[in-house]
Design a protein around this ligand. Structure first.
Ligand code: G3P
Length: 219
């Protein structure tokens, strides 16, 4: 089995932007684990966070535009030059159309992981048809909450894993309320390749301990 993914979305939490993003990225890079740790930094912070040795850094969003007259859009080639080696797309907090996902995928290198987020099994199925690298299923109502999707709605995780795997060889992540190593193991037991989380780390009083807990049951 491939190394489980622990993907930490920095969003725009003050604890994970600018200088704090660099500190959190360093904490992630320092975790000794067999898991694949991914920091999903703000576009503003891609350069500095990707400069941290040994850390995989993704963008939180990209737009299917080229270099030119596209004011305010997140142009992929520059994100790559600034250190992004993957991206999230269609996050619940930044929804886009299927065409946006398809057009973006057509612009990106083959080996550039794209994690398309889905609110439910139907959306996951539609996105899987496009063949991204990962689908992350996250019930919007559980995002930022205290309960993990793996406990409250395990069926959406296993259902997405089954649905997606019947379409193509796309890895499935799950997220929303994920905070602990037990949540990570449960996600894997339900058929996921890993987790996508934010507040469990970014809002923790002790992010280092939170990160250690997340990987503690992975052997
Ligand atoms: O991108 C991760 C996310 O939406 C889940 O957030 O705070 O519930 O871990 P959180």
């Amino acid at each position: 089995m491939d190394a489980p993914l622990i993907v930490v979305n920095f969003k725009t939490y003050s604890s994970a932007m600018a200088g704090a993003a660099d500190k959190l990225g360093q904490l992630m890079a320092d975790v000794e684990t067999d898991a694949r740790m991914v920091a999903v930094a703000s576009a503003f912070d891609l350069s500095s966070v990707s400069a941290i040795s040994g850390l995989e850094v993704w963008s939180q969003h990209l737009d299917p535009v080229g270099q030119g007259s596209h004011t305010g859009w997140l142009e992929p080639q520059t994100a790559i030059e600034r250190g992004a080696v993957g991206t999230i797309i269609n996050h619940a907090e930044h929804k886009v159309s299927l065409e946006h996902v398809r057009d973006l995928m057509a612009m990106l290198p083959e080996d550039f992981p794209i994690c398309a987020c889905a609110a439910d099994v139907d959306e996951a199925r539609a996105l899987a048809e496009l063949g991204p690298t990962f689908i992350a299923v996250e019930p919007p109502e559980l995002i930022g909450g205290d309960v993990s999707v793996t406990n409250v709605d395990p069926a959406i995780v296993s259902g997405t894993a089954d649905a997606v795997k019947s379409i193509s060889d796309v890895g499935v992540l799950c997220g929303a309320g994920v905070k602990t190593g037990r949540d990570v193991i449960k996600a894997i037991e339900l058929g996921a390749s890993g987790v996508l989380l934010a507040s469990g780390v970014t809002k923790s009083d002790d992010p280092e301990a939170a990160l250690m807990d997340l990987v503690s049951l992975i052997h």
